[in-house]
Design a protein around this ligand. Structure first.
Ligand SMILES: [Fe+2]
Ligand SMILES: [Fe+2]
Length: 135
């Protein structure tokens, strides 16, 4: 099985800014997952964490703006996830060091569980309630 994530248009929420950020996230995750990252792993993870911070903030502002009923739960998930990425960063040390196979699997799973599954729920809410689209 290939380690890399592949962006699919079916993952798109129909919210241009958030979709662009999710696409960029796939690119940054793939750099982190790359087994050849070597000493670069730490810097790549730093870049991903910085992007996640910006993305989560943007997404939470959006969720509040559309009055999404599960905003607080969703934001809590973001906070927990960010803490896990920060822990992982700490665990690989200053210079970098490799990211273990287990952590790579967890990162991929997180992408599918959160970005593809959980984020889609507010995407559906947005299209239905805010845009009035029939699903
Ligand atoms: Fe997201
Ligand atoms: Fe999210």
């Amino acid at each position: 099985m290939s380690e890399s994530l592949v962006w699919r248009e079916s993952y798109a929420l129909g919210v241009e800014l958030l979709d662009a950020q999710h696409r960029e996230m796939v690119r940054l995750i793939n750099l982190v997952l790359d087994p050849a990252a070597g000493d670069e792993a730490g810097a790549r993870l730093d870049a991903l964490i910085a992007q996640l911070r910006r993305h989560f903030e943007t997404e939470e502002v959006f969720l509040r703006a559309i009055d999404y009923p599960l905003t607080e739960e969703h934001a809590r998930e973001h906070t927990l996830q960010l803490a896990e990425f920060v822990d992982l960063r700490r665990s690989i040390g200053r210079g970098g060091g490799a990211i273990g196979a287990e952590s790579r699997t967890e990162i991929r799973q997180w992408f599918f569980n959160h970005v593809v599954a959980e984020d889609r729920r507010f995407g559906a809410y947005y299209r239905r309630v805010v845009c009035g689209a029939a699903e």
